[in-house]
Design a protein around this ligand. Structure first.
Ligand SMILES: Cc1cc2nc3c(=O)[nH]c(=O)nc-3n(C[C@H](O)[C@H](O)[C@H](O)COP(=O)(O)O)c2cc1C
Length: 136
């Protein structure tokens, strides 16, 4: 099972999950400005909600994927809104890729809200989730 991890972050919250997921599946996490260069079985793609949407860099990354990807697995952080799944899933499917129905989402700190999130427990849960996904 060949895995990849890509993420976008503004304040580091999603990077915490990306690093935990990458460690759990034995790869390095890269930001979305590193396009995939070879076919992979599973892509863990991390994003966050900014002004109710994902950043344009995430959209660009998805549109420019030119290798075969078995399935894309969403992970995200947000202060208030639910996960980025709906938006990412739409973009992934429009691009002709297979989107996993499973995802990992948790709260991310923003200004005075959710200080310390993702916390150690979230990071542990993200790692467990990633291991489960590669063994499915
Ligand atoms: C410019 C900006 C806009 C944001 N807008 C929203 C929003 O509309 N809804 C929400 O739930 N969270 C919003 N947030 C909070 C982020 O989703 C949350 O802090 C997230 O964990 C950030 O992830 P990151 O540190 O990986 O960038 C916003 C954060 C920033 C910096």
């Amino acid at each position: 099972m060949k895995a990849g991890v890509r993420y976008y972050t503004k304040s580091g919250n999603t990077k915490k999950l990306a690093d935990a997921i990458a460690k759990a599946v034995g790869v390095e996490a890269d930001t979305v400005d590193h396009q995939l260069e070879e076919d992979i079985d599973i892509l863990f793609l991390g994003s966050s909600v900014y002004a109710a949407g994902v950043d344009d860099e995430v959209k660009k990354f998805i549109k420019e994927i030119h290798v075969k990807v078995g399935k894309v697995v969403n992970f995200s952080t947000a202060a208030l809104l639910p996960s980025t799944y709906k938006q990412v899933s739409k973009l992934v499917q429009e691009h002709g890729l297979n989107m996993s129905e499973e995802e990992f989402h948790c709260r991310g700190s923003f200004a005075m809200m959710h200080r310390g999130k993702p916390d150690d427990k979230d990071i542990q849960h993200a790692a467990i989730f990633a291991k489960k996904m590669i063994h499915e």
